[in-house]
Design a protein around this ligand. Structure first.
Ligand code: ADP
Ligand code: ADP
Length: 245
């Protein structure tokens, strides 16, 4: 089952002839339960790609399908329904967390936006909002004592755990991880990678794992692509990365 299909996507910024071409004829798909990695240098088009798959940015050419539906041809409700299935974790968790609300409430924001969704991981815990948040934070390995803290009182790694808890709260089919470990020290990087690996097995969701870090992408992904100047220049099974061709 193809969860996401990106077909012949082109995207430029700026209308003039010297406009920046961020993506050129990008085609790939993500199967249900599969982790696809994208590795590239800064400026190669990775963030543009993640924004397009998220439906935040419209391609100039080409199409993006999510569960068989073309992303940009649907309006309002249908688009909203698709959005619940694709969540994202960014490099800098501070940018997506409201500094003024305690973390247990931040974790519930996606659930507040889609009140009718009962994700399978939460089926047995919908007693109180606080218990729901506690369950989500437990899944990502954050102790109960942190529930009432504010984002600035947590370490970078703990904040990224909160962002991941939010990301999985709706039980998405796809979690886009856009440089999820790039702002962390190596110890935290290892811990967050291990957590993402564990969640992949536990929740069976797909990942689009985007990073400049070849080793991190290789660890998590089943298949990987190299992006350079907006083009996919190579793709292979991750286990073949270090094998002689
Ligand atoms: P990466 O995430 O790999 O660093 P980006 O997708 O952010 O790459 O950027 C790809 C190219 O598009 C770069 O040349 C970047 O400067 C340009 N770009 C990205 N976003 C914009 C924007 N909003 N306006 C103009 N140029 C942009
Ligand atoms: P990342 O660190 O995720 O690769 P970037 O630094 O490429 O992100 O981009 C950060 C933000 O700045 C994005 O919202 C992007 O759209 C915007 N941006 C990137 N490059 C340009 C550019 N050349 N001109 C205008 N906006 C840009």
């Amino acid at each position: 089952e193809k969860l996401v299909s990106v077909e012949g996507v082109c995207k430029s910024y700026g209308k003039r002839a010297n406009g920046v071409s961020a993506l050129q004829d990008v085609t790939f798909h993500i199967l249900a339960g599969e982790c696809v990695g994208v590795v590239g240098e800064s400026g190669s088009g990775k963030s543009t790609l993640s924004r397009i798959v998220l439906g935040l940015e419209k391609p100039d050419q080409g199409k993006v399908f999510c569960m068989g539906t073309s992303l940009f041809e649907k309006e309002g409700c249908a688009m909203r329904e698709l959005r619940q299935h694709i969540q994202v974790v960014f490099q800098d968790p501070t940018s997506s967390l409201n500094q003024r609300i305690p973390i247990w409430r931040s974790v519930l924001e996606p659930l507040d936006n889609f009140p009718l969704v009962v994700p399978p991981i939460l089926a047995d815990v919908r007693h109180s909002r606080r218990e729901t948040a506690q369950k989500l934070l437990e899944i990502v390995g954050l102790e109960e004592q942190h529930l009432d803290r504010y984002p600035h009182e947590l370490s970078g790694g703990q904040r990224q755990r909160v962002a991941i808890a939010r990301g999985i709260s709706l039980g998405p089919r796809l979690l886009i991880c856009d440089e999820p470990t790039s702002s962390l020290d190596v110890y935290m990087q290892a811990q967050i990678l291990r957590l993402l690996q564990e969640l992949k097995e536990k929740l069976g969701m797909s990942y689009l794992f985007i990073s400049h870090d070849l080793a991190a992408v290789r660890m998590l992904s089943d298949r990987m692509m190299i992006i350079q100047n907006g083009r996919i220049v190579d793709q292979f099974e991750s286990r073949d990365l270090y094998s002689p061709q």
